[in-house]
Design a protein around this ligand. Structure first.
Ligand SMILES: [Zn+2]
Length: 197
């Protein structure tokens, strides 16, 4: 499984009175996912467990001027926003590569963190280690969620292989096989909806 990609900003909002006012724009640019842990808005909760995170914390004097700078604002679930807080590495840590991976610049889940089959994350760099640690990305519920996604991904690959095999089976058996494969695909689709939509 390759990484989850880099978020690309397409919105160009005007200067707005408060950083929270940028939420609707961020919601579109971040595809309704948390920039950090990548969970998607729960359909039943819509956007209420999500908010605007300042990548460079506005509470730090050196970044206060970035309060309403769109490129410093990230769509984030409330949990990540809270645990990230005003964390920012010291210059000494930065020199050692211990800094936050930037979801708008790095393919974090490919270049800095390796996703294990069980859904756990292992660091591939100091940056990945720092990001995982501060954001607590190996929290049990996130590991479970990613583990289910990995299993689902493997099922999709297997289903594709099995579907291709149907064409090679003898004609009298093909119809029954096709029905079985279709039932399997329907089951996978319903799980896909649960995790991705
Ligand atoms: Zn999150």
């Amino acid at each position: 499984m390759t990484g989850w990609g880099v978020f690309r900003r397409r919105q160009t909002p005007p200067l707005l009175p408060k950083s929270q006012d940028y939420k609707p724009y961020l919601r579109m640019d971040f595809l309704r996912r948390c920039a950090y842990c990548r969970v998607k808005e729960y359909p039943e909760d819509n956007q209420f467990h999500f908010g605007v995170d300042h990548f460079r914390p506005k509470s730090r004097n050196d970044f206060a001027h970035l309060d309403r700078v769109y490129s410093n604002l990230y769509y984030s679930c409330n949990r990540c926003n809270q645990v990230k807080g005003n964390h920012w590495p010291s210059p000494a840590l930065e020199l050692r590569g211990l800094l936050f991976a930037d979801p708008c610049g790095d393919d974090i889940y490919r270049d800095h963190l390796r996703l294990g089959r069980a859904g756990d994350l292992q660091p591939l760099s100091n940056c990945g280690a720092y990001t995982r640690e501060i954001l607590r990305l190996n929290a049990a519920y996130l590991v479970r969620w990613r583990g289910k996604m990995m299993a689902l991904f493997e099922d999709v690959v297997r289903a594709q292989f099995m579907a291709e095999e149907v064409g090679k089976s003898p004609l009298p058996e093909r119809d029954a096989l096709l029905q079985a494969r279709l039932a399997h695909l329907r089951e996978i689709c319903s799980r896909l909806k649960e995790y991705y939509l």
